[in-house]
Design a protein around this ligand. Structure first.
Ligand SMILES: [Zn+2]
Length: 379
């Protein structure tokens, strides 16, 4: 954990650039994509075996596991063991208010934020990734096995982002209901989007599904369905919650559409390739920067291609996660004399007190829209 917190750009070496030439609406353009490296999964999988063995030997699976209400009040979120981040730190005394609620496990922050509004007060959520941990190369701990042992439903992004998830869950709790967000989008809907949007990413390669307001709309009914399966007596409430949340997401989607109607440029730079779904849906072109940590400098050729493309497309700004912004975008931003705008992918939960906005997916996404508009100089 310390390593992670001390190296804000530690995941950059996990990225590599890929250049793809595309023809789009008659105009030829180059999209510089960053894709995640094949997960260096030997390490996590070996670690997984050890974890399962340790947990089995020490018998700590029988220990009761911390779980929290998906409460979004700032007071409750201001503590280290915030409602959405239960699995790290010491186990608190039994929380009587969680009695009778469905114990739900989530892998990381955006999943938590998208499940909580649908579950409402019928569920408790225990999130596996602690502050500072990044889902792109997270390695599970024995505590995670304990959490899964005590859960009824486990929501995670998909096998490409959390390659450890299914095995760990299945070996510690064969009865747990495994739910991936990647499966929320029905095949025909995916095919339609693929045909509508020239650069729509491949669902099995790009894990950043949660950053598209359009895709997020699919999650609401899906989450309600999955919660109802585990807890049929509250099915009506889950459906109603989902409908209310979906309304907010539809508004978010139309805010995004309206927000990009009148922009100086539709191309922007991003610190890593997290906005490909969003860009496809709103006809934008991301150019991703990566490999700019001291450990993994991009080649001179890649750098000059990024800079050349940015100039050719009149790029006016760089979007970067706060953790990445400082080092990653600095050299490119200096080279091009471009401002860097903070974009919150929600991937890495910040340490320290959380603000009310930290617990509200729609608020975070509305804020991201404002930064995107600045980066493309939209009216
Ligand atoms: Zn990411």
């Amino acid at each position: 954990m310390d390593d992670i917190q001390n190296s804000p750009n530690y995941y950059i070496p996990n990225l590599r650039n890929r250049f793809a030439e595309k023809t789009h609406g008659g105009e030829r353009r180059i999209v510089i994509r960053v894709v995640q490296r094949q997960y260096k999964s030997i390490l996590p999988i070996a670690a997984l075996g050890i974890i399962i063995a340790i947990v089995a030997v020490t018998g700590c699976l029988t220990k009761s596991q911390e779980s929290h209400l998906p409460d979004t009040t700032p007071a409750n979120n201001a503590t280290a063991g915030s409602p959405y981040t239960g699995v790290f730190g010491s186990t608190p005394s039994a929380d009587t208010s969680s009695y009778g609620r469905l114990p739900v496990i989530t892998s990381f922050r955006p999943i938590t934020l998208l499940v909580a509004p649908v579950g409402g007060d019928h569920i408790t959520i225990t999130q596996i990734l602690p502050p500072g941990a990044d889902p792109h190369d997270y390695e599970p701990t024995p505590n995670d096995a304990v959490a899964l042992k005590n859960g009824k439903v486990f929501f995670y992004d998909g096998p490409f982002l959390e390659p450890w998830a299914a095995n760990l869950a299945a070996s510690t709790n064969p009865d747990i209901q495994l739910v991936t967000f990647a499966d929320a989008i029905p095949g025909p809907a995916y095919d339609l989007m693929k045909s509508q949007y020239a650069d729509f990413p491949n669902l099995t390669q790009d894990p950043h599904l949660w950053l598209s307001p359009q895709l997020a709309e699919y999650y609401t009914t899906y989450v309600a369905r999955q919660l109802s399966k585990a807890d049929p007596k509250n099915a009506t409430d889950y459906q109603n919650n989902a409908a209310a949340f979906e309304k907010q997401l539809k508004q978010l989607d139309s805010d995004y559409t309206a927000g990009f109607l009148n922009c100086t440029t539709r191309t922007f730079l991003s610190s890593h390739a997290f906005l490909d779904y969003t860009a496809a849906a709103y006809n934008l072109t991301p150019i991703s920067i990566a490999g700019m940590s001291p450990d993994a400098q991009p080649s001179m050729k890649q750098m000059s291609a990024i800079i050349g493309e940015a100039k050719a497309h009149n790029v006016r700004g760089i979007l970067a996660e706060p953790e990445e912004a400082e080092d990653l975008s600095k050299s490119v931003s200096a080279e091009l004399n471009l401002p860097v705008y903070p974009f919150r992918t929600m991937e890495v939960l910040p340490a320290g007190p959380l603000t009310p906005d930290d617990t509200d997916y729609v608020a975070i996404m509305e804020n991201n829209l404002k930064e995107m508009k600045k980066a493309m100089v939209c009216q």
